[in-house]
Design a protein around this ligand. Structure first.
Ligand SMILES: NC(=O)c1ccc[n+]([C@@H]2O[C@H](COP(=O)([O-])OP(=O)(O)OC[C@H]3O[C@@H](n4cnc5c(N)ncnc54)[C@H](OP(=O)(O)O)[C@@H]3O)[C@@H](O)[C@H]2O)c1
Length: 253
């Protein structure tokens, strides 16, 4: 039997919005969704140079993109940015809530300001963006959040607020999947283990300790996480919703 080839990339005609797309996992997701044929808007907090460079490289290869400087903690700005992307690119089919922060500290030294900032960016912004993007989505829409395997396992001191924020996404995803299921929109959580980015570099001081906890003793490449996001964004994943998918080298196993 001949192997059939699709005539065009799987996300041709679709529009995606990725938060925190300038660097790391977010930049890999932006590139992958663009390769898969989507027009991709993305936000960033302050890294204008890498954001502009990413946008230029996608446009040089014939893709459509839009880079927007938006602090995810600013709900009004995030909503306005998603509305702007929908207006300029025509719609929103895929929202990827990737922007996140890891602010470390144990109970004694962790400030309430850092607690609030962790929740504002890692949780509240996910709800805000989902609410804004869902208004522009039709049947087949996708909401994909980048959680963390730390929702399942936090094996060290100093990560309580971060682990709490990523655990909160599990409940949020389950509830939103119920809210949006009747409209044919899926909502899922991708939970990476260690990924080689500025947040968690492979040559960082904690890398060996992390690897010691894993079935596969290495960091992931950002592109590996982008591959799971691309699957969830694709028509093949139409029956996956309310799920938390670990991609963690067995960190939580
Ligand atoms: N790396 C890991 O090991 C790992 C593991 C599990 C889960 N995760 C999660 O994966 C996601 C991405 O992590 P990463 O490792 O790629 O992080 P990263 O290298 O620190 O990059 C973070 C990205 O998010 C953006 N960002 C940060 N705060 C923002 C804000 N307030 N508003 C808008 N954008 C903001 C940054 O923009 P600027 O460039 O402008 O700062 C950057 O594009 C996060 O949710 C993180 O919790 C990471």
């Amino acid at each position: 039997m001949a192997i059939s080839k699709t005539a065009s990339p799987v996300l041709t005609g679709k529009v995606a919005f990725v938060t925190g797309g300038s660097r790391g996992i977010g930049a890999a997701i932006v590139r992958r969704l663009a390769e898969d044929g989507a027009a991709v808007a993305f936000s960033y907090a302050s890294s204008s140079a890498p954001a502009d460079e990413l946008a230029r490289s996608i446009e040089a290869e014939g893709g459509r993109t839009l880079a927007l400087k938006i602090d995810s903690a600013d709900a009004a700005a995030l909503t306005a940015g998603i509305d702007e992307a929908a207006r300029k690119l025509g719609r929103i089919d895929v929202l990827v809530n990737n922007a996140g922060v890891f602010l470390p500290g144990t109970l004694e030294d962790f400030s309430l300001e850092d607690f609030d900032r962790t929740l504002d960016i890692n949780v509240r912004a996910v709800f805000v963006a989902a609410k804004a993007a869902a208004r522009h989505m039709g049947e087949g829409g996708r909401i994909i959040n980048i959680g963390s395997t730390n929702a399942e396992r936090m094996p060290w001191p100093g990560g309580s607020a971060y682990a709490m924020s990523k655990s909160a996404l599990k409940g949020l995803v389950q509830g939103l999947a119920r809210d949006l299921g009747p409209r044919g929109i899926t909502v899922n959580n991708v939970q990476p283990g260690p990924v080689n980015t500025d947040m968690n570099p492979v040559d960082g001081p904690n890398a060996a300790a992390m690897h010691g906890l894993m079935a596969l003793a290495r960091h992931a490449r950002p592109e590996e996480i982008a591959g799971m996001v691309a699957y969830l964004a694709s028509p093949e994943a139409a029956f996956v919703t309310g799920a938390g998918l670990n991609i963690d080298g067995g960190f939580a196993a």
